[in-house]
Design a protein around this ligand. Structure first.
Ligand SMILES: *Cc1c(COP(=O)(O)O)cnc(C)c1O
Length: 469
């Protein structure tokens, strides 16, 4: 190593000296000593590396004061949480990568209370002794779906696993080949089935399954007939499917229970709002399925949860299954879920109070108005070279609900003289909060269906050095 580098390395302060510097004091009152020490080491290592590589140094860059400034900056940057707010202008209302449903205000308040205070989670206030964890939720679900019994686990995948394990471990489950779906995040019916200990018995073909296919497959080992809502794709053309009513009839004839994985499962009829119809849980209950599972954070618009409704004896067996204990929800989830279900039962205008429903049902003029109000600020923030226009488009429900149906929406389409749409998208991702849109052909689109405040679309950059394209 050349002499200059050796001298510079000798000039570097020790960690100890940095920690004793008066400028360290405010850091050491805010953060623990080990953490600050670690950051000192990191920055000193970076400097050592620069010196060894012979990188040019500014005047005074190795002063204790300057080094501590650098450490402070590093710590500040580290303060930004990994999980942060983003603006969803993708046009997918229930975006799995963006956390799906947003909670109703009442649910947020319930979570706050349950997080801050002790709650009667498993305590019966009338009897003054241990109570049941999900009692109030079960009551609401029975009221909203007409089912005999209900329970809840962490997500719908867990509900399917628990249902299969309870009803069919070591036995066969008959499923149509047209319903062997894969949902994002590696949920696949055949694999969940294998993990549940049940044996998959496929029947029919990809596009057509008939009642006789089920009848023929039923034997001594059959424990369950499973129907899966093919939520994220649709087969069109020469198709035949055995409906739930018919499947229940087949099951009854052979004394075999029927389970349905509904995926989204709506509690209110979305066609009331001019939207395409998603299967109603209450209707599926009426058709006689023994076990029905659906998600809490899809069309329902509550917290992540797997809801199970059905026949008393099956729900009781599921509750006794040790897997249920492993898959049960925490108090924050239960608080949010109860508050959301209560809105379905009691609210004068549930579509107004549940943000997911609101995003589905808000009128197009309101969406257009948001766009009109966002445009001037957006043009100003972007500056020269950008071309913006407010246009018609379509959004989608997302999370596998109604995959082929689209809901009308409005977008702000953005183009730039020389930057491609990927670069524009990247620029918006660098804003704080990041703004996520979608790319269509050569343009970057900000979909307005999920935007309620026009200011959300104006990108703000914390580090102006990154702001210019
Ligand atoms: C979404 C979905 C699942 C998985 O539900 P999670 O709540 O994400 O665990 C399972 N089955 C179907 C049909 C689905 O649409």
């Amino acid at each position: 190593m050349e002499e200059r580098a050796k001298n510079l390395l000798r000039e570097l302060p020790s960690v100890d000296r940095l920690l004793k510097h008066p400028k360290s004091e405010p850091l050491l009152t805010r953060f623990n000593r080990d953490y600050v020490t670690e950051k000192c080491r990191e920055v000193l290592d970076e400097l050592r590396q620069s010196i060894r590589l012979g990188k040019p140094l500014d005047d005074g860059e190795l002063d204790d004061e300057r080094i501590l400034g650098r450490i402070e900056k590093q710590i500040d940057r580290n303060q930004q949480p990994g999980l942060m707010r983003v603006i969803n202008a993708t046009g997918t209302v229930l975006h799995t990568n963006l956390g799906r449903a947003l909670l109703p205000q009442a649910a947020i308040e319930a979570v706050r209370q349950a997080g801050m205070h002790p709650v009667n989670l498993e305590y019966d206030l009338d009897q003054g002794k241990r109570g049941k964890r999900e009692e109030s939720i079960e009551r609401l679900l029975l009221d909203l779906t007409g089912a005999e019994a209900a329970t809840v686990v962490n997500n719908n995948a867990a509900a399917v696993l628990l249902g299969l394990n309870t009803a069919a471990t070591g036995k066969e489950v008959v499923v149509s080949r047209g319903e062997l779906i894969e949902i994002g995040g590696s949920f696949r019916i055949p694999e969940i089935m294998a993990k549940s200990g049940a044996v998959l018995k496929e029947v029919g073909s990809t596009n057509r399954t008939h009642p006789e296919d089920y009848e023929k497959a039923i034997g001594k080992k059959t424990a369950l007939l499973l129907k899966v809502h093919t939520s994220n794709y649709k087969i069109v053309g020469f198709v035949a499917e055995v409906g739930l009513a018919e499947l229940v009839a087949i099951g009854r004839r052979h004394k075999i229970p029927v389970m349905e994985d509904l995926g989204s499962g709506a509690l209110i009829d979305l066609s009331r709002y001019g939207l395409p119809k998603e299967p109603l849980v209450a209707e599926r209950v009426r058709l006689g399925a023994d076990i029905i599972t659906f998600s809490g954070d899809k069309v329902l618009g509550g917290p992540q949860a797997g809801l199970v409704v059905g026949k008393k004896s099956w729900i009781a067996q599921m509750n006794k299954n040790p897997l249920k204990r492993a898959l049960r929800c925490g108090k924050l989830t239960l608080a949010a879920l109860e508050a959301t279900l209560a809105l379905y039962q009691q609210s004068a205008d549930v579509a107004e109070e549940v943000p997911t429903l609101k995003a589905f049902t808000r009128p197009l003029q309101e969406i257009e108005e948001i766009g009109r109000r966002a445009l001037p600020g957006l043009e100003k923030a972007l500056g020269e070279g950008f071309q913006l226009s407010l246009e018609d488009s379509t959004a989608q429900i997302g999370s596998g609900a109604l995959p082929t149906e689209e809901i009308p929406s409005k977008v702000i389409a953005i183009r730039h003289r020389s930057l491609g749409p990927e670069r524009i998208a990247e620029k918006f991702r660098r804003a704080r909060p990041p703004i996520l849109g979608r790319i269509r052909e050569d343009r970057f689109l900000l979909d307005l269906r999920t935007i309620f405040n026009p200011n959300d679309l104006i990108p703000k950059f914390e580090d102006e050095a990154h702001a210019s394209p």
